[in-house]
Structure formats: structure tokens, C-alpha cells
Ligand binder design. Sequence first.
Ligand SMILES: O=C(O)CCC(=O)C(=O)O
Ligand SMILES: [Fe+2]
Length: 313
Amino acid sequence: MKTLRIRDDFGLKISDIDLCEPLSDFQFKQILDYFYKYSLLVFPNQSLTPRAQAAFCHRLGQPKIETRKQFNFQECPEVSTIGNIIGKNDKQLSFFARGGFGWHTDGTAACHVNAATLLYAVEVPRNGGDTLFLSTASTYDRAPNELKKQLESVSVLSSFHAHNDPLLESDPDSFIALSQQERDALPPVWHKVIQTHPVTKRSVFYLNLDPLQFKGIDDQTGRELLKQVVEIASQPEHVYQHQWTPGELIIWDNHSLLHSGTPTLMYESDQRLMHRSFVYTLPTERPLKNYDEVSQIFMPTSDSIKLSDFDVS
Ligand SMILES: O=C(O)CCC(=O)C(=O)O
Ligand SMILES: [Fe+2]
């Protein structure tokens, strides 16, 4: 394994490793150590099949099954697609979140924090389609004490639907609305805004920027303070903009980074396809007791995407 630091505060590029091959315990442990130390790992030059990505997810922990199940592969539900790929008979093969971007943490509305997101670039547009990242641990270190004190005992109520429903409303054909059973499986969840990273023990801001409710502060002040945190966090010199190359896998730690997509308008006439997975890497203090039941609800159906949908003939 060859490594190269990406930035001072986070990010490591790891080359000379093939993630399709089974990793030795030593290699795997090293990757995990790097993951927690650097928060974001870039693996270039991979030929990662969805099945190999799924296998890697299982090695990392407990994969989460994505909630828009039409985009979960029938053969490996741990992997779903995002992008703007349309298949035969106009079948939508990937989730395209037109304009639904902004700084966020994946999985704040899951009962169990999504510790890691895996994003693998299959096809990238000639222009745009970059992904932005910043460290919420170094943001914490830089933030004024007064701001930290004000947020010390604040919690926010995070809702998947509060984010997802407006997306569907603004683009009704972009995915199939969740059934009532699916909606009920995703209740809102409270999170403390300031948390201790479970592994590194660093203090971090764990952010959902559009919460339903605040606890420990009034709504208006809470929103104002979150805005201040994001302003400090997203100063351009603290943001890493990743320009994708096909065959790159990025894994990031949602407990210490915020990320954002970039405007889709830049590549609407071009093609982008990413394979995405989420993994609960750690048993947390709030384990998802009904993990199996919830996973079952979001398992792909016969209408969901399948590997052969992507065969180019
Ligand atoms: O498409 C992107 O660049 C990022 C999308 C995103 O937020 C994610 O994969 O969680
Ligand atoms: Fe995301």
C-alpha cells in the first residue's frame, strides 16, 4: 500500500491495493486505522464490481440498505446507484438529486449513525460532478469557545422525510415515493450537535442543518448558531473538492466530515454513475435493535435495478 496525504487536516490517498481481492487481516486493520485517522480515504484505479463493493462493506461492518429501494441492486442490495443514467425502456437506473445538495452528514436520520459512506465512480461527466468535503473535527478546534459553549448541550431532531419529501416534490419523477410502511421505519432521531468521536475521541460537530426541532435552545437561536458553525466550517481553504476519475472509491467517516454534491446542471447533458453504500462500522451506544426488520423493508423488488440493466450492448 502506498499512501499520500491529501490535506493537512484530513484525507489520504491509498494506491497499490486491489479491493476486489480479499484483504489480509493486517491490510484491513491498517485501512481501518487510516480511516479513523484521516476521515477520508481515496482508492484510485479500482475495478470494483458491485458484488466486490458489497463484500467490502460486510468486512467493514453492518451495511445499511438504502431507502429508495428501486435503486438498490437486486443481486447486492448493499449497493445502490446515484447519477443520471437511464436504461432500456426509459427505466431510471440511478437516483438523480437535481439541486438537492448542500452540506450534510449521511444518515443523521437513521437510528444508528451511518459511520461510513462508500462512493465508487463508474462514469463521470466531462465537467462537474465533483464532491466537496470538510472536517467537522478541525472545525470544532477552530470554532470560538463561546459558540461551543452555547451548543454544548443542544440536540437536534433529524428527519429523513424532512429532507426527502421536498426532493420528491421538486422533482416528482426522480424516485418512487416511500410507502407508509417504509416511512414508519424511518422515524426522526435526536442527536447532540457536539459529540465525541467514538474512536478518535476528538470533539466534532455532528450536523443536520435542517432539523425538525431543537432541544436545549430555542429554534431561532439554534438555527442561527448552526449557520455560524457552517460558515466557519466551509471557508474555502478548509474545503476539499474532489474531482472524480472513474475507478476511484472514496470512503468517508460521517462522524468527522460534512460533504456536499455540486450543481447537477453542469452535467445534465452528460452521464454520471456512482455506486454508493453505507456501513455502520461500529456498534454504537444506540444500536439499531430492529436492523434486520428495517433492512427487510428496503430490500430490492423485481422492479429494482439489476446488474444486467447496465450491460452496454
Ligand atoms: O453525488 C455526490 O457527489 C455526493 C452525493 C452524496 O451526498 C452522497 O453520496 O452521500
Ligand atoms: Fe450524502
